[in-house]
Ligand binder design. Structure first.
Ligand code: NDP
Length: 343
């Protein structure tokens, strides 16, 4: 399949790209700069430009950002849209989080409808943030599934960065479904709603300072930050998925006819920051000095319990199986060691 993958420099996109190439697909990926394209290319020297090439899209928040990128010879059959800001280095929630998420999503859908009639399936990376109701908090026993939508409002989004990120994902995913309903385009849509994503970093990560947001807690643990602070920070969310399983979810959502028109709540199950610390302690005795003591406070599940999850659609329609938290954390820590300089 000829595939356009947006945000190729990202953590999740790195693994989606790897899987697409391994399966023999022909991929164009968008990045913000030539330097980022070169860094990705350098990690895939075995693929010629017929299998891996690049389109430069410096800012997805600009209307029409993807107008050129969607045009290709041979033409695209599928588009995977992962690019969206997931970080909290934010000065202006509207400009830095909400605009790129929403305009990025609507501009690629408009461009596909206008200039890429050969595209049959679009997969958008949404989030558990578009599912979860922050006002209900731990919501003990409540079974979250694809039927749930975050009720956050634009006004709430502007109150703080976490709400801003959550609303950015909610509004972008809603806009994608609205677009398909109103515009009746040439393609069908699937959306993927992962909670916290863990696992080995992108192979071109050059410094631990640039680690992606969801893996940052594991870096912080092995750099001794939890020990220094005398507590483990709250987990924030209690569900996770490994990035390699999430890559499979994206590629299956592109391939499987039955995935058309569906959201997928892709999660392996529960995790807590405390469990992550204990898995590092068990598997990496060399970090014993950096980790907080076993009886340290913080990072555990709430005493009153937490929400449930229903991941049956991902298993049934996409055939997903989920790797263990231990394997994911071990492989992530090993990937951080390979980046290295601070160890
Ligand atoms: P990364 O930060 O590693 O990747 C984000 C990607 O989006 C990068 O390629 C980045 O480019 C690109 N991007 C962001 N803003 C812009 C912009 N304005 N213009 C052009 N490109 C932009 O994060 P992840 O890989 O974790 O996230 C990928 C997707 O997965 C996002 O949609 C995110 O919301 C979603 N997600 C992630 C979860 C997680 O736990 N990691 C959980 C749920 C959903 P550059 O590197 O050049 O800045």
């Amino acid at each position: 399949t000829r595939v356009l993958l947006t945000g190729g420099s990202g953590f999740i996109a790195a693994w989606v790209l790897d899987l697409l190439l391994q399966q023999g697909h022909s991929v164009v990926t968008t990045v913000r700069s030539r330097a980022k394209a070169d860094a990705i290319k350098a990690k895939h020297p075995e693929y010629g430009s017929d299998k891996l090439s690049f389109a430069i899209v410096p800012d997805i928040a600009v209307e029409g950002a993807f107008d050129d990128a969607v045009k290709s010879d041979p033409p695209f059959e599928a588009v995977l849209h992962t690019a969206s800001p997931f970080h909290y280095n934010v000065t202006d929630i509207q400009k830095d989080l909400l605009d790129p998420a929403l305009i990025g999503t609507t501009s690629i859908l408009k461009a596909i409808k206008k200039s890429a009639p050969s595209v049959k399936r679009v997969v958008v990376t949404s989030s558990f943030a578009a599912v979860f109701d922050p006002a209900k908090g731990d919501n003990p026993g409540y079974p979250y599934s694809e039927a749930d939508w975050s009720p956050l409002t634009h006004e709430q989004a502007l109150e703080n960065m976490v709400a801003g990120y959550r609303y950015s994902k909610t509004s972008a995913e809603r806009a994608a479904w609205d677009f398909v309903e109103k515009e009746k385009p040439n393609f069908t849509l699937s959306t993927i709603c992962p909670p916290l994503v863990l696992g080995p970093t992108a192979p071109w990560l050059a410094s631990l300072d640039n680690i992606n947001t969801s893996n940052a807690r594991v870096r912080d643990a092995i750099l001794g930050k939890f020990k220094e602070n005398g507590e483990i920070p709250p987990s924030g969310v209690y569900l996770w998925i490994d990035v390699r399983d999430l890559a499979i979810a994206h590629v299956k959502a592109m391939d499987v006819p039955d995935a058309a028109g569906k959201r997928f709540f892709t999660t392996a199950g529960y995790f807590s920051n405390k469990e992550i610390v204990e898995l590092i302690r068990k598997n990496f005795p060399e970090y014993a000095d950096k980790l907080p003591p076993p009886d340290v406070k913080g990072g555990d599940y709430p005493p009153g319990g937490v929400y449930k999850y229903d991941n049956s659609r991902s298993k049934e329609v996409l055939g997903l199986e989920f790797m263990s938290l231990e394997k994911s954390v071990v492989d992530l820590v090993n990937s951080l060691k390979a980046v290295g300089e601070q160890f």
